[in-house]
Design a protein around this ligand. Structure first.
Ligand SMILES: CC(C)(COP(=O)(O)OP(=O)(O)OC[C@H]1O[C@@H](n2cnc3c(N)ncnc32)[C@H](O)[C@@H]1OP(=O)(O)O)[C@@H](O)C(=O)NCCC(=O)NCCS
Length: 177
């Protein structure tokens, strides 16, 4: 079972107990503001999503990690890798993404988890390139992306919602773990 420890976090596969805290995160409009059409997700949607994320782990050998705080065991949200099938023009590609509950923002957890995820992509999965895709205006994500050293690749539009998207990339062979 894939697990990564960072100084403050455990990145791991999903447990049944994660459903309630992840559903709370997905029910918060501040969290969902820059995702898809900005609407919140109900518990059934979250349960299906966790099932899908676990399937991706089985199929691809990578996926979205549940991010747990080592100190308390709380689920803070997710960070991980997925194939961005919603944006065919960038394929083939693997994208990094993140989503934390608001009480876990502003403490460097997203960057700590993202850094460990890029190390996993390179060292464990042998990937040489990872991209990020964010909605223009999502400054919190851009901040994480820039700190990771990801460089602009293209600007495009969301195929369904038409809003502007920014794609960045990192050559992991040059990534300083
Ligand atoms: C995007 C998101 C994960 C960013 O989280 P975040 O907490 O702002 O990101 P970071 O982990 O980089 O932490 C940010 C700040 O914590 C501060 N911080 C506090 N303690 C810290 C520590 N010990 N180590 C590092 N940073 C620390 C830093 O000052 C940092 O800000 P700075 O880079 O301006 O200095 C979060 O806003 C989120 O979940 N948003 C909703 C979901 C979403 O939009 N996802 C993207 C859709 S693609």
């Amino acid at each position: 079972m894939t697990e990564i420890r960072t100084p403050r976090l455990l990145l791991r596969r999903w447990h049944d107990d994660d459903l309630a805290p992840m559903a709370d995160i997905n029910a918060d409009p501040r969290v969902m503001r820059w995702i898809d059409d900005g609407s919140v997700h109900g518990p059934d949607h979250t349960a299906e999503a966790i099932e899908r994320w676990e399937e991706e782990w089985e199929e691809e050998g990578f996926g979205l990690f549940a991010v747990e705080l080592l100190a308390s065991g709380e689920l803070a949200g997710f960070t991980g890798l997925s194939v961005p099938g919603f944006l065919p023009e960038v394929l083939p590609a693997v994208a990094i993404s993140w989503r934390l509950g608001t009480q876990y923002w502003g403490q460097g957890y997203a960057s700590e988890a993202a850094h460990a995820t890029l190390e996993f992509a390179l060292q464990d999965r042998g990937l040489d390139r990872v991209i990020s895709i964010n909605r223009v205006g999502d400054d919190a994500s851009e901040n994480v992306i820039e700190k990771l050293g990801m460089v602009p690749e293209r600007e495009t539009a969301h195929p369904v919602y038409a809003y502007p998207l920014r794609v960045r990339t990192i050559d992991l062979t040059e990534f300083q773990a």
